[in-house]
Design a protein around this ligand. Sequence first.
Ligand SMILES: [Zn+2]
Ligand SMILES: [Zn+2]
Length: 137
Amino acid sequence: MLMGHCLCGAVRYEITSEPLGMAYCHCGECRRATGSAFNTTLFIARDGFRIVAGEEAVGFHESSPGNQRHFCTRCGSPLFKHNPVNPKFMSVRAGTLDSDPGVRPGVHVWVSEKAPWYEIRDDLPQHAQGPPHPPQG
Ligand SMILES: [Zn+2]
Ligand SMILES: [Zn+2]
């Protein structure tokens, strides 16, 4: 089982299902939501995810229709995202994991919105657009 937590430790979660894949998302929403060049995201089945502590500290921002980005309201850590359009799956911000999920990022998505100051230096497939957050890689 995988576990993870936010920067301040208020929010803790566990993942009981097998990870479905990882991706680097370069879309403008992910860049701003993470404050970084890209978002490294872990795709999982939604029924394998559970918040075990700090549920009252979790807030979300709907960055575009349906895209609910959840974060810790105490420390600001981005934690996970889901979209009611795709109810069986969700994505977890890989930087908040406590241990190795056993999968590796397999694809760059939304490269059309990549930060101009960041250069991709690996050989993974690149997609100009999404879909940004279904299981892939
Ligand atoms: Zn926190
Ligand atoms: Zn994105």
